[in-house]
Design a protein around this ligand. Sequence first.
Ligand code: 5RP
Length: 294
Amino acid sequence: MADLDGLKDGKDYGIGTPVQEQPFFLKGSNHLDWGMQNRLSRLFNPKSGRTVMLAFDHGYFQGPTTGLERIDLTIAPLMPYADVLMCTRGALRTSVDPALGKPVALRCSAGQSILTELSNEYISVEMEEALRLNASALAAQIYIGAEHEHQSIKNVTKLIDAGTRYGIPTLAVTGVGKDMARDARYFGLATRIAAEIGAHFVKTYFVEKAFETVTHGCPVPVVIAGGKKIPELDALTMAYRGIDQGAAGVDMGRNIFQSDSPKAMIQAVGAVVHELMRPERAFEMYQDLKAQGA
Ligand code: 5RP
């Protein structure tokens, strides 16, 4: 029988004190449901409002690319420094320790390879499987201007609808159509389409000119991909400029795992993203950590 002795009536109802309600910290996400906001708070650091996503999903169409030959040896030591892991379910099950507790942005598209047309993708992961893997976000490419533009938009909208049913946000990745110029106009178009169809955040590339028009024209957070390997100082400068012009973080792969010192690099990228550390200072940090054997 329940113990009902000694129950006291409530006294302090804070009469006259309005309920404290904070706007949600992420752009465009204020009206999302609790589960969606909770997952976004795992993906983006609520203090800085930004994220360092470690991307190592390249193998789903590129095979064992440089630095990803053995994910267990090269990527696992970097995982503690990342805010989010972006990978396929194959990499997750074989090479990521479930006890690590890092949120996962799950690559949910496939269907092509570097030998065929890149935009020819389909949704390769069922919602039930994403739930089983405890994904914090679902990810697929939209290829604006490419041969399979229509199908790729359909893929992303299907993920958004399925994820919304269960409170899981969708990351739309802007894959570049073959004949499209990589400029602010193109990425402005692609990121805006992604947000308008309902993506909760969007990954795109940094461009030298007018990148702030891309971030400001997109009503949800934009994260930048690293792209092909460039010198460390240049990659840190790109990250800095991207953040300074409104990006909410990076989803970086090759410029971290193909660095001379990946562990030092991911920490330096983290300082740029979360503290807006100047690139020259972050490069010194990278060199110090590298010299210490990071
Ligand atoms: C592959 C991807 C990668 O995650 C993305 O390109 C990020 O990696 P990198 O920084 O190496 O460009 O979406 O399709």
